[in-house]
Design a protein around this ligand. Structure first.
Ligand SMILES: C[S@@+](CC[C@H](N)C(=O)[O-])C[C@H]1O[C@@H](n2cnc3c(N)ncnc32)[C@H](O)[C@@H]1O
Length: 431
């Protein structure tokens, strides 16, 4: 399948509710590897980043609305508009190649329509862009409810957050300190002609100048490095594990933070890596094997400890809770179109249930680090504030984090800060 046709198929699947990562796994294998696959990936990511802006332009350009059964033609128009606006392909070549896709979708009648829409866009581009850019939701291509949430949470920063959500994210590595050092690995990268630099904000991190497939990273299969954003790399230090300590990573798959904890604390007593999704546990095992690490891996619902807990308390708990992902939209642009406003109260209820259930498993004097890749207060600081108001044995512990925005004891890293994903960390100490 060619890249443009594949992009239309993938967009259709995402708008039917499938995640982008599952969709890529399912559809990309039928596109020839090399430049055609790269273009398919670029188109589907790009259209999802800019979807509501592209759709608004398309709707201005259509003389009458498309029928529901011609959703694929509507998506094809957004694929064409994306190329005209964001890619360096000569626009007339992109227009012709995009219109031809209508034929492959068995809709020959739409070849002329797509041609006409895209050609008119090229002629009237400035006026059309000015029209759709007059409201924040279309200008930055976010659903209006989500724009309102960012505005309410970050009155000084919301525009920057929306802009960062639409940028291509960097690829960051985490060096396995049990096998090498960031300095030695940087030298190995340089030998292969791969440009990277250390990050002051994360001592184990190296930021690659351009993303590349992991197979090209020296020693990846032998566990020298992993791919992990520097914001996620803060968790291990914040957990401050004592020698011999027993640690629970309550929502562990695919094991990024589990493995970092084991790399960083060789004298750890035991790390229990729990996840509710049995199929995702295989990813934890795979990462542990590749990195030469060992943990107790369990399938179970963290909010039902009676199903999996052996009754021995933990010195540290990491609750990397399921969340809206409002801090990682630059990596998962489908979040903007798959999440709904009413997911947030449901997520907050789950997060609270997890916190309530895990607290009794922490020994007095122990610490629980709560983390999400969301920058919205209802999933973070508000949740923790309400929790401690009801728990006399819980108090907020200040975090030794030299970045981001401290609020009510917790800490936000705002998307894009020092190249990092958006994240929240809060630490609760038990008396
Ligand atoms: C943000 S991801 C965790 C990422 C992981 N900590 C890492 O660093 O690689 C959230 C995880 O929570 C798991 N999860 C969701 N609800 C859960 C529950 N009730 N009990 C245990 N795990 C749960 C999901 O399956 C998902 O793997």
């Amino acid at each position: 399948m060619d890249a443009r046709t594949a992009a239309v198929h993938m967009l259709g699947r995402v708008f039917d509710g499938r995640s982008l990562s599952e969709t890529l796994d399912e559809v990309l294998p039928s596109v020839p590897t090399g430049p055609e696959q790269s273009l398919a990936r670029e188109l589907v990511y790009g259209v999802l980043r800019w979807y509501s802006r592209l759709a608004a332009l398309r709707d201005l350009l259509l003389t009458k609305p498309l029928k529901a059964r011609d959703r694929d033609i509507g998506l094809l128009a957004t694929v064409g508009l994306y190329q005209c606006i964001e890619l360096r392909t000569p626009p007339h070549a992109a227009v012709a190649a995009t219109a031809e896709v209508a034929r492959r979708l068995n809709k020959t009648w739409a070849v002329g329509l797509i041609n006409a829409v895209l050609r008119r866009f090229l002629r009237e581009r400035d006026a059309l862009l000015a029209a759709v850019d007059s409201t924040p939701a279309t200008r930055w291509a976010h659903p209006p409810w989500l724009v309102a949430r960012y505005q309410a949470a970050w009155p000084q920063h919301w525009q920057r957050l929306l802009e960062e959500n639409n940028r291509r994210p960097p690829m960051t590595l985490r060096v396995n300190r049990r096998r090498t050092t960031p300095e030695a690995y940087l030298a190995q990268l340089a030998e292969q002609g791969i440009a990277a630099r250390p990050l002051a904000a994360a001592p184990d991190a190296l930021l690659l100048e351009s993303p590349l497939p992991v197979e090209r990273l020296p020693g990846f299969a032998d566990g020298l490095v992993s791919v992990q954003d520097a914001a996620a790399q803060q968790a291990a230090a914040l957990l401050d594990v004592p020698d011999g300590g027993r640690v629970l990573d309550a929502c562990a798959a695919p094991g990024g933070k589990t493995c970092h904890l084991l790399e960083r604390y060789p004298a750890i007593g035991e790390l229990v890596a729990l996840d509710i999704a049995p199929e995702r546990l295989a990813r934890i095992e795979e990462n542990l094997r590749r990195l030469g690490l060992a943990a107790t891996v369990r399938a179970g619902d963290a909010s039902r400890p009676e199903q999996w807990w052996d009754g021995r308390p933990f010195d540290r708990i990491l609750l990397d809770a399921p969340c809206s992902g409002s801090g990682v939209i630059r990596r998962h642009p489908d979040i903007k179109w798959l999440r709904r406003a009413d997911d947030l109260p449901a997520l907050a209820a789950t997060q609270r249930r997890l916190l309530d259930a895990l607290w009794p498993l922490l020994r007095p004097g122990g610490k629980l680090v709560y983390a999400t890749c969301s920058v919205l207060p209802e999933e973070n600081e508000r949740l923790l504030a309400d929790f401690i108001a009801h728990r006399p044995d819980a108090r907020m512990q200040p975090l030794a984090l030299d970045l981001g925005e401290a609020r009510a004891g917790g800490h936000y890293i705002l998307t894009g800060e020092a190249g990092m994903d958006g994240f929240y960390y809060g630490c609760l100490a038990k008396s």
